[in-house]
Design a protein around this ligand. Structure first.
Ligand SMILES: Cc1cc2nc3c(=O)[nH]c(=O)nc-3n(C[C@H](O)[C@H](O)[C@H](O)COP(=O)(O)OP(=O)(O)OC[C@H]3O[C@@H](n4cnc5c(N)ncnc54)[C@H](O)[C@@H]3O)c2cc1C
Length: 449
């Protein structure tokens, strides 16, 4: 801790609240701080600093350029946390600024949201620019200043606040909100440096790794890459090397030239990576008949074999047996099971029939790895929630510092949950920082004097 008071730094920019990172969480934190200050009749100066020339790049690429702002039903079970974080804490933070408030917040900014069949909420314009433009306007209207590009290289705690340094200069601030995100899509400005700064301020950071990331398969060992472009609703399961089921996700699974993508693959990716840290033999199994057990699939094949003349490939394309299984997939699964797709069902031996039932319900896919941060939508891991006070997102080891968004050890499944986390945690951090300023004003600086 430096002994030089921040106000004595010539040439420095002075802020009451400095927000580091103006992505989804940082902008929301700034808006909440600015509004809370004005509501309290304070002229507190809120400054947002972002290393990107144009902040909000992730908002623009989100949801295929449409920005999936949130989901109509968000619960703590839509999130993953690591050691030192609890879903109870996630729930409490989400409650403070829930989906209804998010929808009302955006409506007030002129952004109407529509709900799609999947439960995802998008702007009615189907254009992410609507969301980003509205947030930038709200930042200005809340009285915040946005400085960019302004990369923060270090944050130092002083007796009366913080000193932030970067190539663009020095900022002194009473309160700091760290909203630097994770490491995914580094070209948008998130490179993980925020965690180094948090480490220097007394925080720990759990193991970090790409999440919501496409999976790369071992090409020679599977037919998946030959089906590039094919999508089918499937269940993907992570199993330990001893066969214990660790996690499962059901949804559209997309075969690509490198492996697997689509919602089911993206959602399961963090579970496979996490399992493999401690158990490199953990595997990914695919059920092409989600909701059906091996026994049920086998029984269906037995029943079909009594119908003379039915050919395997045709059977698998039959909606009653395997809902909407594409012909290319049916053929590949049958061949994978060691059988001829043109073979009549009644010619199956017990052994080949059971091999096919197994390939249909728990086919191992040789996953070699994932596509890394360049293609990941989020980062798993970060600062444990046990190191912050959930009501204000204030740091326990470093009072006066607040943390929000992806920098914390919370990652959501696909569907708008990650932005909801950014809105909820950003809101709490912004209000918390201004509350902290007010408390400080009412606390005698030197009670003895
Ligand atoms: C391709 C893609 C699509 C996505 N689609 C969706 C979706 O549709 N719905 C959804 O809910 N989620 C989606 N996500 C996830 C979502 O974008 C993130 O979870 C969310 O943006 C995290 O917000 P954040 O503010 O915490 O971090 P970020 O958005 O990463 O923002 C961090 C900001 O901090 C700045 N910064 C970092 N370090 C510094 C520093 N040292 N100094 C100054 N500034 C710094 C960065 O420039 C950046 O602007 C998607 C992500 C990607 C990559």
């Amino acid at each position: 801790m430096s002994s030089q008071p921040p106000n004595d730094r010539p040439g420095a920019l002075h802020a009451d609240v400095a927000v580091v990172g103006a992505g989804a969480a940082g902008m929301m934190a700034g808006i909440a701080a600015g509004r809370a200050a004005r509501a309290a009749g304070s002229d507190a100066r809120v400054v947002l600093l972002d290393s990107a020339r144009k902040p909000g790049a992730k908002i623009l690429v989100a949801g295929g350029g449409r920005c999936n702002v949130t989901h109509h039903a968000v619960t703590d079970h839509d999130y993953n946390v690591g050691p030192g974080s609890s879903l109870n804490t996630v729930r409490n933070i989400l409650r403070g600024f829930d989906v209804a408030r998010t929808v009302a917040f955006f409506a007030e900014l002129g952004v109407q949201l529509k709900r799609e069949e999947t439960g995802k909420l998008f702007p009615t314009t189907d254009d992410a620019h609507t969301v980003l433009d509205a947030l930038l306007r709200a930042v200005r209207e809340a009285g915040c200043e946005l400085r960019c590009p302004w990369r923060v290289e270090s944050v130092e705690r002083t007796e009366s606040g913080f000193v932030l340094r970067g190539p663009a200069g020095v900022v002194v601030a009473q309160r700091v909100i760290i909203a630097t995100g994770g490491k995914s899509l580094p070209r948008t400005g998130s490179d993980g440096h925020g965690w180094e700064m948090l480490g220097s301020l007394g925080h720990s950071v759990t193991r970090t790794f790409p999440a919501l990331v496409p999976l790369v398969v071992d090409k020679g060992a599977t037919f998946i890459t030959e089906l590039s472009g094919l999508s089918h609703v499937a269940e993907v399961v992570v199993c330990s090397s001893t066969g214990r089921k660790i996690a499962a996700c059901t949804g559209p699974l997309l075969c690509t030239h490198f492996g697997l993508s689509g919602p089911a693959a993206l959602d399961i990716s963090r579970h496979l990576a996490a399992a493999r840290f401690d158990d490199p033999g953990a595997t990914l199994l695919v059920s092409w008949l989600p909701g059906r057990s091996f026994e049920q699939a086998d029984a269906a094949l037995v029943a079909a074999s009594s119908r003379a003349g039915s050919v395997l490939r045709v059977l698998l394309e039959d909606a009653a047996f395997a809902p909407a299984m594409p012909e290319r997939l049916a053929r590949s699964v049958i061949e994978h099971a060691g059988t001829d797709p043109a073979a009549p069902v009644h010619t199956l031996t017990r052994e080949t029939r059971r091999a096919l039932a197994r390939a249909l319900t728990s086919m191992p896919v040789p996953v070699a790895g994932d596509r890394g941060y360049l293609f990941a939508e989020v980062t798993a891991g970060g600062v444990p929630l046990s190191e912050i006070r959930p009501a204000t997102m204030e740091s326990r080891p470093c009072p006066g510092l607040h943390i929000c968004g992806e920098a914390l050890d919370v990652d959501g499944r696909i569907g708008g949950f990650n932005f909801q986390w950014a809105w909820s945690s950003g809101w709490a951090a912004g209000r918390g920082a201004v509350q902290g300023l007010a408390e400080r004003e009412h606390t005698p600086r030197n009670p003895a004097g």
